[in-house]
Ligand binder design. Structure first.
Ligand SMILES: Cc1ncc(COP(=O)(O)O)c(C=O)c1O
Length: 544
């Protein structure tokens, strides 16, 4: 039995979508009510379903009911297989009590956990987790556990919708529709090994992965037969890989990175036990090439491995790649004595579409570029793209007989769904679509910065960036509500394609309203953030 296609709503919540479609504001297609009624009828034929449904109906929780229905329908569809084949092994052969009881500090089993918020560094906090509990012996009959889980998921979905609505601080594009890919969630797609060498595991998506890699190689001007790359699990993995390639090319090289580089760069240095030299930044957050030159000259005897930021995490500053190369050359480093990794986690895909931006291109002497797939691109799961030169990858690789493939990646198993999401969105938007989105983000970022300054709030926006840096709000509750990223006295909003003028207005109105109460009695003053954003952008009492 299959579910008629017309009954599926097209929002990307897969199973839950079937049931929620009746009231789902995301859906384009109306759910067929007669079909729902028919399915309710079928479900009620089973006594266990009747009992659970009655208890849910008593609770009058419609969302809960809807989710339960969706789960039950999916079970009907998918469960047939299990029934057909029956048990595959003797159940008496397994351990009778496989799971030990949960014991807390005072020795009692923990049944319900409170949702109190607690932030304690160095201590794991379990207060708000959904604990995993063993099903009751009669659960198959009562279906209570199923109903409980459906309820938890339905409520969690509501939370996600609310949190998505109030998100501004992290560089994630939350505007997407991957409904068409819901059909693939039943497959364990894994691209373990090298994207260009098929392993023995056949449930993979290499054909999508290579298509995506070709697209990025073209964007960064490297011919298909000259590049190697793979879809990573995130921007961090891209940095770990790029810096590892640099280290393999120059085993005694020194890693240079600006202080405002992402922490993953310094993590790579620690992991690979590399000597790492931190370089100071300009107020904008861009690497200070005068300081860089001084450090290079102190270490002329060792090759240089450089992390170049195509958009820093906090200020969205873009290092001047051409100036970095020029500095290397002026300091006596010829191209066979340096390796450049470009960390383009966020702006790697925005920069090519910004007119005045320095170009990231393999026509220049760079070794690798990485970008996150869940940031500007808008993939719903963390992922990234890593591209390097083919000539470098052989240094890193070894053959693995068990895989019937080559090992040149950081991770072993690799998410095979991610390349399909990337492929889907690249096909839909194309270069032109991304260009439009970049323009919109830059426009909206300017709007936000101007309105902040008009309201007397210190703010800075780097020329090539959509990251607006401003005075840290004084109320942590407000920071959490809008999920702002903060560092010291500054906070930032990263304007992504899903951040509209309406959303920015809501945020600004709330901020301005709240702010008037934070500083109302005159006892507290807005902080001076000139040291972070420059005195020309600071409108504190001293710099007005
Ligand atoms: C500049 C930069 N590099 C690397 C990363 C790490 O990316 P990911 O979170 O995808 O691991 C980030 C994340 O924000 C970043 O801003």
């Amino acid at each position: 039995m299959g579910i008629p296609h017309a009954c599926w709503c097209r929002c990307n919540q897969a199973k839950a979508a079937v049931a929620l479609a009746v009231s789902c504001s995301f859906c384009n297609l109306a759910f067929s009510l007669s079909c729902l009624i028919e399915r309710v009828h079928r479900l009620l034929v089973h006594q266990s379903n009747q009992r659970t449904l009655i208890s849910i109906l008593r609770s009058k929780d419609q969302l809960f009911l809807a989710s339960y229905m969706a789960e039950a329908m999916m079970k009907q569809v998918n469960g047939g297989l299990a029934e057909k084949f029956g048990p595959v092994f003797d159940p008496t052969a397994v351990v009778a009590e496989p799971v030990p009881p949960v014991v807390t500090e005072n020795g009692h089993e923990l049944k319900h956990k409170t949702a109190e918020k607690e932030i304690v560094l160095g201590k794991n906090v379990h207060a708000s987790c959904f604990s995993v509990t063993e099903p009751e012996a009669d659960d198959e009959f009562t279906g209570d556990k199923e109903a409980y889980m459906a309820g938890v998921l339905a409520r969690y979905r509501k939370t996600l919708m609310e949190r998505t609505k109030h998100h501004l601080g992290y560089p994630y594009n939350l505007d997407f529709d991957y409904g068409a890919l819901a059909q693939l969630q039943h497959f364990s797609i894994n691209n373990l090994g090298d994207p260009f060498i098929e392993s023995n595991y056949g449930v993979h998506s290499r054909q999508f992965e290579v298509g995506v890699l070709d697209w990025f190689a073209r964007l960064w001007e490297l011919e298909n037969n000259e590049y190697w790359g793979y879809i990573t699990n995130c921007g961090t993995e891209g940095n770990l890989h790029g810096i590892l390639v640099g280290r393999e090319v120059f085993p005694d090289g020194i890693l240079y990175a600006s202080r405002e580089s992402h922490y993953s760069v310094f993590k790579a240095a620690r992991m690979y036990r590399m000597e790492c030299v931190k370089v100071d930044c300009l107020i904008s957050g861009e690497i200070d090439c005068a300081g860089f030159k001084a450090k290079l000259l102190q270490n002329k005897d060792k090759p240089a491995i450089i992390n170049v930021n195509i958009g820093t995490t906090v200020k969205g500053a873009v290092d001047d790649l051409d100036l970095v190369i020029q500095t290397l050359e002026e300091s006596g480093f010829t191209q066979d004595r340096f390796y450049i990794h470009c960390d383009g986690a966020l702006f790697g895909l925005m920069m090519p579409f910004v007119k005045k931006a320095p170009k990231v291109s393999f026509k220049k002497p760079i070794g690798s570029v990485s970008v996150s797939g869940h940031k500007f691109v808008g993939c719903p799961m963390p992922c990234g793209v890593q591209i390097t030169r083919m000539e470098h990858i052989n240094v890193l690789s070894s053959n693995v007989e068990y895989l019937a493939s080559r090992d040149a990646t950081i991770m072993g198993s690799r998410n095979g769904h991610a390349p399909i999401f990337l492929w889907y969105t690249l096909n839909r938007k194309g270069y032109k679509g991304f260009q439009k989105e970049v323009q919109k983000c830059l426009r909206n970022a300017h709007y936000l910065k101007d309105r902040l300054l008009d309201a007397g709030i210190s703010a800075m926006l780097n020329e090539l960036s959509s990251t607006v840096v401003f005075e840290r709000p004084q109320d942590e509750e407000f920071v959490r509500r809008w999920q702002l990223a903060c560092q010291g006295n500054i906070a930032h909003v990263v304007v992504m394609p899903n951040v509209t003028i309406d959303k920015l207005d809501d945020f600004l109105n709330e901020l301005i309203d709240n702010r008037s109460t934070w500083y109302e009695d005159g006892k507290r003053q807005p902080p001076c953030i000139a040291a972070d954003i420059g005195s020309e952008n600071c409108v504190c009492a001293a710099h007005k």
